[in-house]
Design a protein around this ligand. Structure first.
Ligand code: PLP
Length: 291
């Protein structure tokens, strides 16, 4: 994996309708999005040069902006075309695409009135998030003291930059404690998700996954539920108390970045990377490269 700084690379970034040199894709320090969290973003993966679920992700960028009260001044087809052209120009075969939209620096107060909305898209090569070995071994999660907020407290279904504060706090504490990632409960104390991925438990051969009422209903989550249906694996979407972790035989996470990521432990509970997780990981890996 490259260790180049993200703000100092060669190539181009699509910025407000034009391709600009990577290092020139800047914003002003008095941008509303930076001070008051008025920003939304997306994460898409590129497989064999093609962006997986491009339309769904681009539509979600618009939906997320709408949830924060702003409109993106470029349509879904225009952004999708720009993303594809960017991947071509950057020569990315297997990588990641990051669209981001934010309120600019025309006005700086809690009110958003008078601010323009800016959009940028960048892409880079990106391998498996936790490394190839974790597909066999799984990763370790620690339950966080931070919780996902209630839907009347934050726009929980938006991929909003401001909500990632909670994820960064949780992730940093988990890593400091020796875990790979954090598992967050919601405001009621029910199992919710990891810092960038949705949660599945395998209990008696069936999938059990929390109801996405306080967090992102991930595009990967929905894809994996479809794959489970195809494979005849029953899926139960239901409120899950933390006790359910003791009943699980297998645990895995799903997300664009995480793909299907096996989990070998949550706190003191240990799991094997079993047949159900492996079958879904294989089916997902096949699907993302199906032209
Ligand atoms: C907090 C959070 N939950 C869940 C997901 C999974 O969403 P998706 O599968 O659409 O990538 C993500 C990643 O986008 C995320 O950041």
């Amino acid at each position: 994996m490259t260790s180049l700084p993200f703000d100092d690379r060669d190539g181009v970034i699509w910025y407000d309708g034009a391709f600009v040199p990577w290092r020139d894709a800047r914003l002003h320090v008095l941008s509303h999005g930076l001070h008051y969290g008025g920003g939304v973003f997306e994460g898409m993966r590129v497989y064999d040069g093609a962006i997986f679920k491009l339309t769904e992700h681009t539509e979600r960028l618009h939906t997320s902006a709408h949830a924060l009260g702003f409109a993106i001044p470029f349509g879904v087809p225009e952004l999708a075309d720009a993303s594809e052209e960017l991947v071509r120009r950057q020569g990315i075969a297997d990588g990641y695409v990051r669209p981001v939209a934010w309120r600019g620096g025309e006005q700086l107060s809690v009110s958003s009135a008078g601010n323009r909305v800016h959009v940028a898209i960048a892409t880079w090569e990106w391998p498996r998030l936790f490394g190839d070995a974790t597909q066999e071994e799984g990763i370790r999660l620690g339950t966080s003291r931070w919780r996902r907020p209630a839907p009347d407290t934050a726009p929980v279904h938006a991929k909003a930059a401001s909500l990632y504060n909670i994820c960064t706090l949780a992730r940093d504490e988990a890593e400091a404690a020796g875990y790979d990632d954090a598992l967050l409960l919601d405001h009621r104390g029910l199992l919710a998700e990891a810092t960038g991925a949705n949660l599945f438990l395998v209990i008696g051969g069936a999938l059990h996954t929390p109801v996405p009422d306080t967090f992102l209903n991930g595009i990967t989550r929905q894809t994996v539920i479809g794959l489970a249906d195809d494979l005849g694996i029953p899926v139960h979407e239901r409120p899950l108390e933390p006790d359910a972790l003791a009943d699980a035989d297998e645990v895995f996470l799903t997300g664009t970045a995480y793909e299907v990521q096996p989990v070998r432990a949550v706190d003191g509970h240990r799991y094997r990377v079993g047949k159900v997780t492996s079958a879904l990981a294989v089916a997902y890996a096949r699907l993302v490269r199906t032209p």
